[in-house]
Write a protein that binds this ligand. Structure first.
Ligand SMILES: Nc1ncnc2c1ncn2[C@@H]1O[C@H](COP(=O)(O)OP(=O)(O)OP(=O)(O)O)[C@@H](O)[C@H]1O
Length: 477
């Protein structure tokens, strides 16, 4: 089937699925949650759809994903995984990625094989040496530990990881740019280095440049000063893959932004891969021109979410395995529970307890861990307040905030109140009596009972568990 026909038929099938969902869920829910979904890519076993916000993605995933999957199965006759990703609203749906995210259509592959880029396939030694020098002059150094193998994948980073791998493995540019964003210390740089390592290994002839936006700026200012902007432009515009880390730093710097914009456009126009990272999504970048924001959101925007307990545990276990010092499982779990800020701090904590154990010649225990990390543990006490929890839970269940303190015992208010107590225990460092006091002066045993009850319900009712997970994520963000 020709590419355009495949796109058309998937879109038509999706329209039919959407039509059926519309009848099932009603007009209001359809308009709020389903209409904004756009079909991004797909084949018989996998479809990817996009929504404009994270909240919407979580909502659609927990409330409609199973149904979408079931209807899609009915529509095309084979079981299909459905993935919902967040894409910035400014970004039009990228047409070239619409067919099959996992493999390019055969025809594209064949063409590539038949028409290799002659210049690079048979490199001239002199040119290669010159290029190497160019690359070394401008590229930042790559951390050899930051590889795909050393990257632990979990729910918060699976999209970013998959997108990074795709870019690293693809023969043709799959989406341009790849924009990775997320909070501090969550693995953006790690993924960029991993892409660079992989491409350099598979294609040593390719010119891959990785640098921070700050370094880009510094190089540009230096070129301006030495009146050598021509060769500056040349260096960048002749690369195969350009990665700029922490692009938020160019916010507010007009000249650098302008130059970056031209370089970016030139590379994208020549179909060279550009990969960008930032602490915010393109549309939220401050001090960056609108046209730039919009352009940055054209490819695939993949966010790395704050870590979950499971991911932190996975990372610690994998790092602990590489150490000479034995770390008891209890300590690993304790750290995963307590150090929630980011992965850099988590690694730092592990290194500190290992350094301490080695220095004093004692084994690692829970007590020494608490002692050595007391400052870090205090700083990591989550900052969400009980009042915020009460407000969010009341909103979610459509009850009044005053019901959180009232003596009413009707199930419709008692259950949300128990959930709010449970979340207060999970997300704050408040003691049971303190929590009880904030809920209309209740006794600590009432809070204990609420925590137990919610735990029980979570393990017996999947939908309930998902609801709690969603609330908890919304509160932690
Ligand atoms: N999923 C992961 N698996 C293993 N290690 C990870 C993972 N994510 C992050 N790390 C580690 O955490 C540390 C911080 O990651 P990184 O420097 O990539 O963060 P960042 O998002 O680029 O932060 P910043 O915003 O400060 O630039 C690194 O040592 C990295 O190896």
């Amino acid at each position: 089937m020709a590419q355009s026909e495949v796109i058309l038929s998937f879109q038509q099938q999706w329209d039919r699925v959407l039509g059926r969902l519309r009848t099932e869920v009603g007009e209001a829910a359809y308009r709020s949650w389903l209409k904004p979904l756009s079909l991004l890519s797909g084949d018989e076993s996998f479809i990817r759809m996009a929504v404009p916000t994270r909240f919407m993605r979580d909502w659609v995933a927990s409330n409609y994903q199973d149904r979408i999957q079931a209807l899609w199965l009915e529509e095309i006759g084979t079981p299909t995984d459905v993935e919902i990703v967040v894409l910035s609203p400014s970004r039009p749906v990228p047409k070239p990625a619409l067919v099959d995210v996992k493999d390019e259509p055969e025809v594209v592959r064949t063409q590539e094989k038949e028409a290799p880029v002659v210049k690079r396939a048979s490199p001239l030694p002199v040119e290669t040496v010159a290029q190497e020098q160019d690359v070394q002059q401008i590229t930042g150094s790559l951390d050899p530990r930051f590889t795909f193998e050393n990257f632990v994948v979990g729910k918060p980073n699976e999209l970013a990881y998959a997108a990074a791998q795709r870019v690293a493995d693809a023969e043709a540019v799959p989406f341009n740019p790849l924009f990775l964003y997320g909070g501090v210390g969550l693995g953006k740089t790690h993924l960029m280095h991993a892409i660079a390592h992989q491409i350099r290994k598979a294609h040593p002839e390719k010119k891959v440049i990785y640098l921070s936006a700050e370094k880009f700026m510094y190089q540009f200012v230096r070129a301006l000063r030495t009146k050598d902007t021509m060769s500056f432009k040349e260096q960048f515009r002749s690369v195969d893959v350009l990665m700029i880390d922490d692009v938020q730093f160019i916010g507010g710097r007009e000249a650098t932004q302008e130059e970056f914009f031209h370089t970016f456009n030139a590379l994208v126009d020549q179909n060279r891969q550009v990969i960008i990272s930032a602490d915010k999504s393109p549309s939220d970048l401050e001090g960056v021109e609108e046209r730039m924001k919009s352009r940055l959101g054209w490819g695939l925007v993949a966010d790395i979410h704050p870590t979950t307990y499971e991911l932190r545990l996975g990372i610690l276990e994998s790092k602990a395995e590489q150490l000479d010092v034995e770390i008891p499982q209890k300590v690993v779990e304790f750290l995963a529970h307590k150090i929630t800020s980011n992965i850099r701090e988590l690694e730092g904590a592990l290194n500190r307890i290992v350094a301490h154990a080695t220095l004093v010649g004692r084994s690692v225990t829970l007590e020494t861990t608490q002692e050595v990390l007391h400052d870090l543990l205090r700083a990591n006490d989550r900052r969400v307040t009980i009042e915020e929890i009460q407000k969010k839970v009341a909103e979610h269940f459509n009850v009044r905030v005053s019901d959180m303190h009232s003596a009413r015992r009707a199930r419709a208010v008692a259950r949300p109140r128990q959930i709010a107590m449970y979340l207060s225990k999970q997300l704050t460092s408040r003691s049971l009596p303190e929590i009880g006091r904030k809920f209309g002066g209740r006794d600590h045993t009432t809070v204990m009972h609420a925590v137990k009850k919610v735990d029980e319900l979570k393990s017996s009712d999947l939908e309930f568990a998902e609801d709690i997970e969603l609330l908890s994520r919304m509160l932690e963000n």
